[in-house]
Design a protein around this ligand. Structure first.
Ligand code: DGJ
Length: 708
């Protein structure tokens, strides 16, 4: 095993550079001292609990994409085997580890803990950053100092795992993590189910990092000859602080961590949800299509409410599972809509929630055994008081879920986009499909069944764009992203809170995966009124879309959106595929209100994207709170070539009535920086005084500058 570790140290350069000291690649119960925790713990068929793995054979794969080391190990006493995989990507700074676990014992073996990876960590003053939040408040970063004891981050939702606590963390080795400097390790458990991440300091010698499926209520019963493959653990290391870790995750995601067109740009869309909710009619949908086409948008997505026969989907309490067009709402079927989209030169997409049903549905009436349920106990009901999760461990259910997508896309090949929603946790932890002695496999087998179904869908429909949605960002994780092109960041479209939500989400996810929509104002959830330019500028820093009823927009709002869409198209590749540099965090802005006096400078957030050649960049700056005559905020840029001269071109300029030379009509108003040139060195060391507020726009000001 020692030799193996040496090879690993050479192969995985980052291990050496982080001063990690390898104890074992896979600490097992029965082979570790009393101080350490096991990453793998099993109970053998004969009741024995010890595991002492020894390397049998090491093989290597070396292909253009990655190098992989595969170490076959066997227990000293039992016919129990673990194959350790360590894959190092070549074009991106990312390593993945995972284990294949199998045995030929006489009866099933109980996997009591089965992590995906383990890393010893040595640092002077390690700090942990992890992302948490809630529905409508996703992506909150929390930083804390690691101290003696065990820090555990876990999620028990069952079906989704990115609301509450998410399965991605960073560990700074030298104190509070900095954005652009310092040694930081980043790790993501590629799994959408329950997980547990632990950082343990159980002696004075350093910290030990473990990540894997949460074993609570999930002791996995492994039959002889069955191979259990743990989820992958992806990790990276950077000397360039959190920003370096984020950029590595973004590059890796675009190369291999998301559906294969992760390197493609995405269309500007209007989604029907917050505009009309369940109140879908052909007339309303056609009018919304007219609107998005008139702004220069490229795609219309019909959200929840379009389906149901015996039961109508007029609220969230009925018809999930009955995936037929509701002809009372859409008398001419989906054909009328896909034809209309074609006439308007836009594309068409549709919402589904395939893993769920309602007690008020024909599906549930026909297949009550298809829902997750605890035998002999009353069903716990979710959304709408009727929602239930289907049993994805059951192959018949997997076929049904596949057929939902297959039927839609076979009958309507014009559908280019699917929003796949998941609005329920696993509340009934039981399966009528799984045998009684394998009920504890449910939380895991649910996801294996889901992944199998998604693989089937992707094999047949590789090109359709599929959005991963779970009551907002509940499934923003790398367990499911290989099958999805993007995810819905949050149900909260309040532009101010979106600055924070998107900021936290960007720590691990790339901008072309982050669906960001312009919401209405005053915003329905928060009542906050924000200017249309601010709403556009906030949404434009990721995959741009709209989530409102255009019929309620003013002329100014319509015009601003048209300008925003025009400018976004010209910058789309840079925004969606560029390298992200976070400049001023909304979280650690020092200019908060005090009870003594107003802050002297504006409270702001700023970020930018730079292309690989460093000759093209775009800067986004948002005013979070502003007061008259307050000093503007100097923002130092990053990621540029110090020797190059850049000219600033203002984008999505504010539209304003009366700003044309004639004094009449709508015009676009520039700030003083528009057209000015600076060297990269100046922009990065001295920075820019960004003129955010103007006398006619003090609340929620924002600016976008292209740099060429
Ligand atoms: C939750 C999603 O997050 C929303 O965007 C919307 O699609 C609703 N579900 C529809 O029920």
């Amino acid at each position: 095993m020692k030799r193996v570790i040496q090879i690993l140290l050479v192969m995985v350069g980052l291990l050496a550079s982080t001063q990690l000291h390898a104890i074992e690649l896979l600490p097992t119960f029965g082979d570790i001292d009393h101080i350490h925790l096991p990453a793998l713990m099993v109970q053998h068929a004969d009741g024995d609990q010890s595991l002492q793995l020894r390397a049998q054979d090491t093989t290597y794969i070396d292909n253009p994409q990655y190098k992989e080391m595969i170490i076959a190990t066997k227990d000293l006493a039992q016919p129990f085997y673990v194959t350790i995989h360590v894959r190092q990507w070549k074009a991106v700074e990312m390593t993945e580890t995972w284990y294949d676990i199998s045995h030929t014992e006489k009866r099933p073996v109980r996997l009591q803990r089965y992590d995906s990876g383990y890393l010893p960590i040595e640092g002077d003053n390690p700090h942990l950053l992890h992302i948490h939040g809630n529905w409508a408040a996703e992506g909150v970063p929390t930083v804390e100092r690691l101290t003696r004891g065990i820090k555990t981050i876990r999620n028990s939702d069952g079906a989704r795992n990115a609301h509450l606590d998410a399965p991605e963390v960073m560990i700074s080795l030298d104190g509070v993590p900095q954005e652009n400097s310092g040694r930081v390790l980043g790790a993501a458990l590629c799994w959408s189910g329950n997980f547990e991440i632990r950082v343990a300091a159980t002696d004075e010698k350093g910290f030990h990092f473990y990540a894997g499926i949460d074993p609570m209520a999930s002791e996995y019963i492994l039959s002889p000859k069955q191979v259990f493959t743990t989820p992958h653990l992806a990790y990276t290391y950077s000397n360039e602080g959190m920003g370096g870790v984020s950029r590595a995750f973004h590059r890796w995601a675009r190369t291999c961590g998301m559906m294969h067109n992760g390197n493609a740009t995405r269309s500007i869309l209007l989604n029907s949800w917050e505009g009309i909710y369940f109140d879908i009619t052909e007339e309303k949908i056609l009018a919304m299509m007219n609107d998005i086409a008139s702004f220069g948008g490229e795609l219309f997505v019909m959200d929840d409410g379009w389906f149901g026969a015996k039961y109508q989907r007029n609220s969230d309490n009925a018809a999930l599972g009955d995936w037929v067009v509701d002809t009372r709402k859409l008398p001419n079927g989906l054909e009328a809509l896909t034809d209309a989209a074609k006439d308007r030169h836009i594309k068409f997409g549709i919402w589904i929630e395939p893993e769920s049903t309602n007690t008020l549905s024909e599906l549930y009436e026909k297949h009550p055994d298809w829902v997750l349920q605890e035998r002999g106990r009353e069903l716990k009901l979710g959304r709408g008081g009727t929602q239930l999760v289907l049993d994805m461990t059951n192959p018949e259910v997997q076929d049904f879920v596949f057929s939902i997508v297959d039927n839609l896309l076979t009958k309507h090949p014009e559908i280019v986009y699917i929003k796949w929603d998941a609005n329920a946790s696993i509340q009934n932890c039981g399966s009528t499909y799984l045998p009684r002695d394998k009920q504890s496999n449910l939380y895991v087998d649910y996801h294996l069944g889901l992944i199998k179904t998604l693989e089937r869908i992707r094999a047949k429909y590789p090109n359709v764009v599929i959005q991963n949605c779970a009551s907002g960002g509940g499934r923003a994780n790398y367990g499911l992203m290989p099958y999805f092109d993007e995810f819905w960041v949050s149900d909260n479209n309040d532009a101010l809170q979106r600055v924070y939500i998107q900021w936290g989400t960007s720590y691990f996810f790339p901008s072309n995966a982050m669906a960001q929509h312009i919401g209405g104002s005053p915003y329905l959830m928060t009542g906050r009124t924000t200017p249309i330019k601010f709403r556009c500028d906030v949404a434009m820093s990721g995959r741009l879309g709209m989530e409102l009823q255009p019929a309620h927009m003013t002329d100014e709002e319509r015009l601003q959106c048209t300008v925003a869409f025009r400018d976004y198209k010209a910058l789309r590749e840079l925004i969606q595929l560029g390298n992200l540099y976070r400049l001023v965090s909304p979280y650690n802005d020092k200019c908060q209100m005090s009870n003594v006096k107003l802050p002297e400078t504006q409270s702001v957030a700023a970020l930018m994207y730079v292309n690989d050649a460093k000759d093209h960049a775009v800067l986004f700056a948002y005013g979070l709170s502003s007061f008259m005559k307050q000093a503007s905020r100097r923002i130092r840029l990053a990621g540029l070539d110090p020797n190059r001269t850049y000219t600033l071109y203002e984008k999505n300029k504010q539209v304003r009535w009366g700003s044309l030379p004639s004094g009449e009509g709508w015009g676009e108003v520039s700030s003083a920086l528009d057209g000015k040139s600076f060297t990269g060195a100046y922009l990065m060391s001295v920075g820019l005084d960004i003129p955010l507020s103007t006398e006619y726009n003090i609340d929620y000001p924002s600016r976008i500058f292209e740099l060429k």
